[in-house]
Design a protein around this ligand. Structure first.
Ligand SMILES: Nc1ncnc2c1ncn2[C@@H]1O[C@H](COP(=O)(O)OP(=O)(O)OP(=O)(O)O)[C@@H](O)[C@H]1O
Length: 630
């Protein structure tokens, strides 16, 4: 693959592996080269195996025991088949009715028993798989949600490992069954070996010749798994490009820029980069597997010939060696196949435990108490921040106090760090250096979930919840999601009455055209719904409005925030701070405090009048915009 230009934020595998060049000094880095971040070591195998077994046992204790019992029982009628055949053959050859009847009865019993057990086992195992699979998937989802920050969602090493784990989660249930099959195959193998040795101890050597097939198979699986991990970034990338080329949201740009063929080409290249090493590995290991099986086949033929000639075995014994010998190869293949699955199970278990440990390490251990009301405000003390894997400072040495009860506006160029500041205040990330305090208490000491429950927010990259309008807004305060007057108040605060008035069934209208009876909204209408959601919560300490009205015209935005700021000042009996990000200076001038960010630094702070009098960056930009509107 030669063309590796990132596409739409796609993460480059090569970039993730770039050498470390970062310093910790908060100074701008011109290149923005991503720093190398080695993925954590996967935990040791055996304890992780034990852990995943415990998880499955805790989820379905009775089903797991029943499945295991069935798998072991199924081994018996199967492996005794050779004995019945021997009795039958000797009965015919020696004219012994007793042997003949015993052989026939044994064959009938084995056939019926096998069928019965197979039918029962498949039912039990299907239920077991569905239930355990669902419970493990939920476990992985919970672990991910438990991490309070969103840093891990942007780490390529984490995403690669997680994408493999997600695939494996639904396979984990298969793998438990593979373990039971392996145990069942062990029983079959032991019985068959006993039968072979009963003819002559030398027949036991057949097992020795079968062992290379097991070893090669296990080795094959381990090598394939290692390569799978190495090429995981390409796999994620080709899926991403496929989604880009086939889903609705990028469809307009894909067509207008006519990048469809380029996407196809790049997806193909990513697919090749993912698949080619895997295919090579499979071919390579298949050669060794074939060689191992050829060795076993030669030993099997020799055993049959030896029994018939040198050992002068009876017809029944020759038949027993023929049947048990071929079954031995079948059982060895079964053991090897289960071992193959087992290898994947080991790997999935390791990843699962890695995720558990990651979630545990990043568990929120903050023990501070979020205040009922703000007395002084929120202070940033020399706050610097850079995103995980990036050398570029998104914020540098920002020091400022946002006073309790104030309306604060943040302005600045694209990429100046405004949204980053909002993310730090929301504790989606912790500062790289410096600290943020809430009435003097470090924000890191306040439990993220509790702090966020006292926040509300509306963002430029809002999400379109395709629920009935009432609920799409109501989820902004889940306990009151069905409280109609509360939803109506939020609609009013967001100035979204016009959007609701146009909906066929008002607040009860299903949003999203792909749903039965659903309607689609314009971008601006969706944005007003998101804004209303951001106004659902009462009693918040921090209200973040990160360009939530960028799709509205300047006049509407201005009127909306004038009214909102007035309400916020009148009703702020708990010292709530409202922080508004906007590019429109006509809107931000009403704020009590205006922060001007430029190139990741806070360059000015003050009221509109103070900043105009200072004749700095703010005054200049304000004049430019004002002239444009005149
Ligand atoms: N998830 C991320 N990972 C790495 N870098 C990021 C990430 N998000 C933002 N950045 C970088 O951080 C810097 C600040 O971005 P931020 O989104 O805070 O800017 P902004 O002032 O809100 O810009 P805009 O006005 O365009 O919304 C930019 O250089 C940006 O490229």
């Amino acid at each position: 693959m030669t063309d590796t230009t990132p596409l739409n934020g796609d993460t480059e595998a090569g970039a993730a592996a770039a050498p470390a060049t970062a310093t910790d000094a908060p100074s701008g880095h011109p290149s923005g080269t991503p720093r190398h971040r080695a993925p954590d070591e996967l935990p040791r195998t055996l304890p992780t195996l034990w852990r995943s077994m415990r998880l499955a046992y805790e989820a379905e204790p009775r089903l797991i025991l029943l499945s295991l019992g069935m798998a072991l029982l199924q081994a018996l009628p199967d492996s005794l088949f050779a004995v019945w055949l021997m009795l039958l053959a000797d009965g015919v050859a020696q004219g012994s009715t007793t042997r003949l009847v015993a052989g026939c009865a044994g064959l009938a019993g084995s056939a019926v028993g096998s069928w019965l057990l197979m039918t029962l086992a498949s039912r039990v195992q299907r239920t077991f798989r569905m239930r355990v699979g669902a419970s493990l998937e939920a476990h992985v989802a919970r672990l991910q949600a438990r991490v309070p920050t969103i840093e891990h969602q942007e780490r390529p090493d984490y995403l690669d490992r997680l994408s493999v784990l997600k695939e494996q989660t639904w396979q984990l249930d298969h793998m438990f069954l593979a373990l039971f099959d392996l145990l069942g195959a062990g029983v079959r193998l032991a019985v068959t070996l006993g039968l072979l040795v009963s003819v002559h101890p030398a027949m036991g050597l057949l097992l020795v010749f079968a062992l290379p097939t097991v070893w090669v198979s296990a080795r094959r699986s381990a090598v394939t798994q290692r390569v799978t991990e190495e090429v995981a970034p390409h796999q994620r990338r080709h899926r991403h490009l496929f989604t880009l080329g086939t889903t609705q949201s990028p469809a307009k740009e894909v067509r207008i820029w006519r990048i469809g063929p380029d996407l196809v080409r790049r997806r193909r290249a990513a697919w090749e980069a993912w698949y080619a090493p895997l295919a090579r590995t499979r071919w390579h290991t298949a050669f060794w597997q074939a060689a191992a099986w050829a060795l076993f086949a030669a030993a099997y033929v020799a055993a049959v010939v030896l029994t018939a000639t040198v050992l002068s075995g009876t017809a029944g014994q020759v038949l027993l060696i023929l049947t048990a010998g071929s079954r031995l190869s079948q059982y060895v293949a079964m053991t090897a196949g289960s071992a193959d699955f087992l290898r994947m199970w080991l790997d999935a278990s390791q990843r699962l435990v890695w995720l558990e440990r990651y979630a545990e390490r990043h568990r929120d251990t903050a023990d501070g108490v979020v205040p009922d009301r703000l007395q002084h405000g929120i202070t940033l003390e020399s706050v610097s921040f850079r995103y995980p894997g990036s050398d570029r400072w998104a914020l540098q040495n920002v020091s400022v106090t946002l006073p309790a009860g104030s309306v604060v506006a943040v302005v600045g160029d694209n990429g100046a760090g405004k949204s980053t500041l909002m993310k730090l205040l929301s504790r989606f990330y912790d500062p790289t250096s410096g600290r943020i305090t809430v009435d003097g208490v470090d924000l890191r000491r306040l439990p993220a979930a509790e702090w966020r429950s006292r926040m509300a927010g509306a963002y430029q990259d809002f999400f379109t919840f395709e629920f009935p309008a009432r609920r799409s807004i109501g989820v902004g305060d889940l306990p009151r999601a069905d409280d109609r007057p509360a939803v109506e108040r939020a609609v009013d605060r967001a100035g979204a009455n016009d959007v609701i008035a146009r909906l066929r069934d008002g607040l009860d209208t299903q949003l999203g055209a792909t749903w039965d009876g659903g309607v689609d909204l314009s971008f601006g209408q969706w944005q007003k719904i998101a804004l209303a959601r951001g106004f659902m919560r009462d009693g918040t300490l921090l209200q973040v409005l990160d360009e939530p009205t960028a799709a509205l015209d300047a006049e509407t935005e201005h009127a909306l925030f004038e009214s909102y700021a007035r309400q916020a000042r009148e009703a702020s009996d708990n010292g709530r701070i409202t922080i508004l990000v906007s590019h429109r200076f006509s809107t931000v001038r009403m704020a009590d405090l205006i922060l001007v960010l430029q190139g990741s630094r806070l360059v000015e702070a003050g009221t509109h009048e103070e900043l105009m009098a200072a004749r700095g960056v703010y005054a200049e930009l304000y004049e430019i915009q004002a002239r444009a509107y005149r």
